[in-house]
Design a protein around this ligand. Structure first.
Ligand code: PLP
Length: 383
C-alpha cells in the first residue's frame, strides 16, 4: 500500500498517507549528538556481535528500570532493528510444522517470518467487543504439543490493544498451567512507551517470573525515540536462546552500525520527558480521530490503548458501490477506493483480519482532520 501510495503521490495527486509505521517526530538532538561524538571518537569499527558493552549495559539498566527485569550482558541480543531480533529467534528455534500461536490481528511480519521458516501459523481471532484482546480460554484451546511459540504484542500493531498487568497475568496463568510446556513466549514490547490514559505497562516475564526462562522480551528504539532508520532492536532472554540467535547473526550481518549503537545507548540512558510528551500527542490524535469517526457509524472502532494505529471495521461498507460503479468486495477494494479519494490506509487482511483497515495517526493533527474529512466524503459517496 505504501508503494501504491508513493506512485499516486508521484502522479501529482494529494494523498494523506496513513500507512506509515513510524513516528513523524524527529530523532531528538541529544541522540543525534551521541552519534556525532561516536564518529569523532572513531567508534567506527566492528563491535561484538550481540552489541557493544556500553549499549548492552544501557539495555540492562532499561530492563531493570522500566520492567523490573534483570538481564546480564550475556542474556541480551542487539540486532538491526527489532525485526532482525524476531527473525533470528524464529530461525533459531522453528522446525517444519512447529506451531506459532498469536492473536489476530497480528503484525504482518510475524506471519511471514513463521512461514519463511516452515512454521505453521496458529492465529486466534480476537473480537472487536473484547477490544481485540486475546481471551485466556481461546489461548488455552490453541496450545498443543506442537506449539513452539506464543506471540504477545502489547500495545499491538495493528489494533493498539494493550493488556493490563491483570489481563496479561490471566494469559500467563494459562501458559503456566498448560500441559504443553515445550514452547517459548515472545513479548514484543516495541510500543511500550506509547501507552494511553495513564495505563501502566506490563510485560510477560515481569507478571510471570516463572516464565522468565521461556520468554524472549523484545524491544527497540524505533518507536519510542523516533529512530526507525537507525536500525537498533534488542531482546533480553534465556542465554541458550540468545546464544543461538547471536550465532546466526554472526553469519548474517555481524551487528548493527557502531554509530547507531552509540545513539541507542544515549536514547535509553537519556531524558525521557520528550517520550511522554510525544505519547500525549499520540493520545490527542487518537482522540481526534475517534471523535471524528463517531460521526460515522459505519466505521466501528474500539478505543486503542496504545501504539499509533486505529483498526476500524469497514464491514458495514462492503457490498456498496463506488461512484465509478465498482463494488467494494473486501477491505482491499475499500483501501483502493479510499486511495482514489486521497487517503492511504492498509487493508486488514495483511494483518490476518479482513473487513478492517489500519490507519496510522503518526501524522500531524491538520492532516488527520483532512483525512477524516476525506473519509467522511468517501463514505457518503458510496451507493
Ligand atoms: N514489532 C512490531 C509489532 C512492529 O510494529 C515493528 C515495526 O513496525 C517491529 C517489531 C520492528 O521494528 P524495528 O525493526 O524498526 O525495530
Amino acid at each position: 500500500m505504501a508503494e501504491k501510495t508513493r506512485q499516486v503521490i508521484l502522479s501529482g495527486r494529494s494523498v494523506i498517507d496513513m500507512t506509515l509505521g513510524e513516528p513523524d517526530f524527529p530523532t531528538p538532538k541529544h541522540i543525534c549528538d551521541a552519534a556525532v561524538t561516536a564518529i569523532a571518537n572513531q567508534e567506527t569499527k566492528y563491535t561484538p556481535i550481540n552489541g557493544t558493552i556500553a549499549l548492552r549495559e544501557a539495555i540492562s539498566r532499561k530492563f531493570k528500570r522500566d520492567n523490573g527485569l534483570e538481564f546480564g550482558l550475556g542474556e541480551i541480543s542487539v540486532a538491526c532493528g527489532g525485526k532482525q531480533v524476531l527473525y533470528q529467534a524464529f530461525l533459531a528455534t522453528l522446525r517444519p510444522g512447529d506451531e506459532v500461536v498469536m492473536p489476530t490481528p497480528y503484525w504482518a511480519s510475524y506471519a511471514d517470518m513463521v512461514t519463511l521458516h516452515a512454521g505453521v501459523l496458529k492465529p486466534i481471532t480476537t473480537r472487536v467487543e473484547d477490544g481485540f484482546l486475546l481471551q485466556p480460554e481461546a489461548l488455552e484451546a490453541a496450545l498443543t504439543e506442537r506449539t513452539k511459540w506464543v506471540v504477545l504484542n502489547s500495545p499491538s500493531n495493528p489494533s493498539g490493544a494493550a493488556y493490563t498487568g491483570a489481563q496479561l497475568k490471566a494469559l500467563t496463568d494459562v501458559i503456566e498451567n498448560s500441559p504443553h510446556r515445550n514452547f517459548w513466549i515472545l513479548a514484543d514490547d516495541i510500543y511500550e512507551h506509547i501507552l494511553f490514559d495513564g495505563m501502566t505497562f506490563a510485560t510477560v516475564a515481569q507478571v510471570a517470573p516463572k516464565l522468565r526462562e521461556r520468554t524472549l522480551t523484545a524491544n527497540g528504539v524505533s518507536k519510542a525515540y523516533s529512530m526507525t532508520g537507525w536500525r537498533v532492536g534488542f531482546a533480553g532472554g534465556p542465554k541458550p536462546l540468545i546464544d543461538a540467535m547471536t550465532k546466526l547473526q554472526m553469519q548474517v550481518n555481524s551487528h548493527t552500525s557502531s554509530i547507531s549503537q552509540a545513539a541507542a545507548a544515549a536514547a535509553l540512558d537519556g531524558p525521557h520527558d520528550f517520550v511522554r510528551d510525544r505519547c500525549a500527542h499520540f493520545q490527542a490524535r487518537r482522540d481526534l480521530l475517534l471523535t471524528r469517526f463517531a460521526e460515522n457509524p459505519s466505521l466501528v472502532c474500539p478505543r486503542p490503548q496504545g501504539a499509533f494505529y486505529l483498526f476500524p471495521s469497514v464491514a458495514a461498507l462492503l457490498g456498496r458501490q463506488t461512484p465509478e460503479g465498482e463494488t467494494l468486495v473486501d477491505d482491499v477494494a475499500f483501501s483502493n477506493y479510499l486511495l482514489t479519494q486521497g487517503v492511504a490506509v492498509v487493508p486488514g487482511s495483511g494483518f490476518g483480519m479482513s473487513g478492517h483497515v489500519r490507519l496510522s495517526y503518526a501524522t500531524s493533527e491538520v492532516k488527520l482532520e483532512q483525512a477524516a474529512d476525506r473519509i467522511k466524503v468517501a463514505v457518503e459517496l458510496l451507493l
